[in-house]
Structure formats: structure tokens, C-alpha cells
Design a protein around this ligand. Structure first.
Ligand code: HEC
Length: 122
């Protein structure tokens, strides 16, 4: 009788530990994803779009990068279009290459960048 009580007690503790461990891992993964997006933005996107997303860099002004802090700009940009532009590059209406396709980015990296881009909205 007492043996089975001990066993059950251990079982509950193990389940609790697993749940705790799983939530710690997923929290760490969320942190890692947002840190990566910020780093990728700084390394690959900021020279045109600016670290602040305003597009006020020399390259950004030259190529006509939009101000992503502007709610109207954010509203006009769908997640699907943003994802496509990052994946395939972006050509302006007059046929100029504004942005080349991203290199070495996974779908989840791109998803993270779209989410990061949304954080610029004022
Ligand atoms: C060589 C300069 C340059 C670089 C580097 C660059 N972009 Fe762009 N990007 C532009 C320009 C110019 C546009 C067109 C105007 C606009 O929407 O800001 C654009 C457009 C976009 C759009 C909107 C597309 C649409 O459908 O309106 C997204 C989203 C975007 N860029 C994300 C990124 C991300 C993320 C990176 C980094 C992986 C990046 N860009 C790197 C210049 C650049």
C-alpha cells in the first residue's frame, strides 16, 4: 500500500518536472527566435530599412524604402506579401530590383523577420 503511494507520488512529480521543463524550453526557444530576428535584421536588412525600420539610410533613401513605423505602411503590407518579398526579393513597379531574395533564411527565419518588422509600428 505504502509502496504504491510512493510510486504515485513520484509519478506526479515526474509529470510536473516534464511540464516545467517543456515550458522552460519553449520559453527559451521564443527568446532565441526574437534575438535571431533582431540580429538578422541588423546584419541583412538594416542597411536599407534602418535599425529602426524607418528606411532613412543612404541605401534606403536611394531605393525608396518605406517607413515601417508608419501604421498606414504596415496596414498596406500583408504578411503574405512581406514573406514573398523577403523570400523572392522585391521589384518596384518600374522594374528596378529594390531588394534581392534573402540568402540562407529558413521559412521560420522569414516568419520571425515579418514578426520583427511588425514591432516597428508606432
Ligand atoms: C538593398 C536594400 C534592401 C535590403 C538589404 C533589404 N531590403 Fe527590403 N526592401 C527594400 C526596398 C527599397 C523595398 C521597397 C520599398 C519598401 O517597401 O520599403 C523593400 C521592401 C521590403 C518589404 C515590403 C515588400 C512589399 O510587398 O511591399 C519587406 C517586407 C522587406 N523589404 C523586408 C526586408 C527584410 C526582412 C530584409 C532583410 C532580410 C530586407 N528587406 C532587406 C530594400 C532592401
Amino acid at each position: 500500500m505504502s509502496a504504491s503511494t510512493t510510486y504515485q507520488h513520484k509519478g506526479v512529480t515526474t509529470v510536473k518536472r516534464i511540464i516545467l521543463l517543456a515550458s522552460v524550453i519553449s520559453f527559451a526557444a521564443t527568446l532565441a527566435a526574437s534575438a535571431d530576428s533582431k540580429d538578422t535584421w541588423a546584419a541583412s536588412c538594416a542597411r536599407c530599412h534602418g535599425a529602426d525600420g524607418k528606411g532613412q539610410t543612404t541605401m534606403g533613401r536611394l531605393l525608396g524604402a518605406k517607413d515601417y513605423t508608419d501604421p498606414a505602411v504596415q496596414a498596406a503590407l500583408t504578411d503574405a506579401d512581406a514573406t514573398k518579398a523577403i523570400k523572392e526579393g522585391f521589384t518596384t513597379k518600374d522594374g528596378k530590383t529594390a531588394m534581392k531574395p534573402a540568402q540562407n533564411l529558413s521559412d521560420s527565419d522569414i516568419q520571425g523577420l515579418v514578426a520583427y518588422l511588425r514591432t516597428f509600428k508606432k
